[in-house]
Design a protein around this ligand. Structure first.
Ligand code: AKB
Length: 320
């Protein structure tokens, strides 16, 4: 049975990953950590420790206290915030990752951390972006992600830490909001559609980015961590994605379930610039071949579920 330490456990991925892992491996075997405690189920429903990931000493102490054999390092600043505060982002994203890898080395733990479509840049092939290709990102977040992939590979080759990762696209979920990302519009649009039947989008029409529904993202993490190491040719990190759309396409999908839904645009130049530097769509062949990556939700299936879950969350009426 795994004993897992999660950093950033109260963020967008962590809030749901913590609960899924507790279901799979037992409540006491999943230790959630974050910089501040809140009243979410991830914080209150099992072991929780306050941890600032820049404090490497405390991270090792917690890992030893709970005798963990797996570390899932999620704490990081997302693309738009990182671009606004690049030095802080470097210190947090790279310092936190180095501490987490060092902790994994010291306690001999398996290791997961997400990379991102942000690891690619304007000179990367835009469509069906290959697993192995040009990676020259022009954002601080992207620089952190590429350096992070290389660092995780380094810890595998140099210290035999079993590091694994995926390049996540924009993740869409109804449990915890993302914060400071470029793809956040694809979450906000559902909240605004359910509450007000309209949304003003900060990303321009015609801008395509990869996306994935959270249940598929969580399955991908579990499947990759359970995968036979002998089959992994790549490790850090695998392209994964379930769909690619622009704001018009997600708006049309929402209009099927919320008739009269309207999208308008007030483009934010900073986030638009980041979005334009990223791929339109990723090639996920390596993930499929090496560890059986698959997904269940396409755009319409995700839209139906998001709207249903958000209506339940806000107790809105079920009729259109
Ligand atoms: C962001 O927009 O910064 C993230 C990501 C794609 O890594 N959602």
């Amino acid at each position: 049975m795994k004993r897992i330490l999660i950093t950033g456990a109260l963020g967008q991925i962590g809030s749901e990953l913590t609960l899924k892992l507790r279901e799979l491996y037992g409540i006491d075997n999943v230790i959630a950590t974050d910089i501040k405690k809140n009243d979410s189920e991830a914080a209150l429903g099992g072991p929780f420790e306050t941890l600032d990931v820049t404090d490497g000493k405390k991270m090792v102490e917690i890992a030893k206290k709970y005798r963990v054999d797996t570390i899932m390092h999620l704490a990081a600043l997302l693309s738009a915030t990182a671009e606004a505060k690049p030095v802080f982002a470097w210190n947090l994203n790279m310092g936190g990752l180095l501490n987490a890898l060092e902790t994994a080395r010291e306690v001999k733990a398996q290791f997961f951390t997400p990379s991102s479509i942000g690891a690619f840049g304007p000179s990367t092939p835009k469509d069906r972006t290959p697993q192995d290709t040009i990676m020259r990102p022009t954002t601080m977040y992207g620089v952190n992600k590429v350096a992070g992939e290389l660092l995780a590979d380094y810890y595998y080759h140099k210290f035999a830490v079993d590091t694994r990762g995926v390049r996540f696209p924009g993740l869409i979920s109804y449990v915890a909001l993302p914060g400071g990302g470029t793809t956040d519009y694809a979450v906000e649009i559902y909240y605004e559609a359910v509450k007000h039947r309209r949304y003003t989008c900060y990303i321009d029409k015609g801008t395509y980015m990869d996306m994935m529904y959270m249940p598929d993202a969580l399955n991908a993490i579990v499947d990759l961590m359970e995968a036979d190491p002998a089959k992994l040719i790549h490790r850090n990190s695998f392209n994964v994605s379930a769909m690619s759309f622009d704001p018009e396409e997600i708006a049309s999908s929402i209009a099927k379930y919320i008739p009269g839904f309207k999208i308008s645009y007030d483009v934010d130049p900073a986030r638009q610039k980041i979005a334009e530097s990223w791929p339109n769509s990723l090639d996920t062949t390596a993930a499929k071949e090496e560890w059986g990556f698959h997904y269940e939700y396409d755009l319409d299936k995700m839209t139906e579920d998001m709207i249903d879950k958000l209506r339940q969350k806000f107790h809105y009426r079920i009729s259109g």
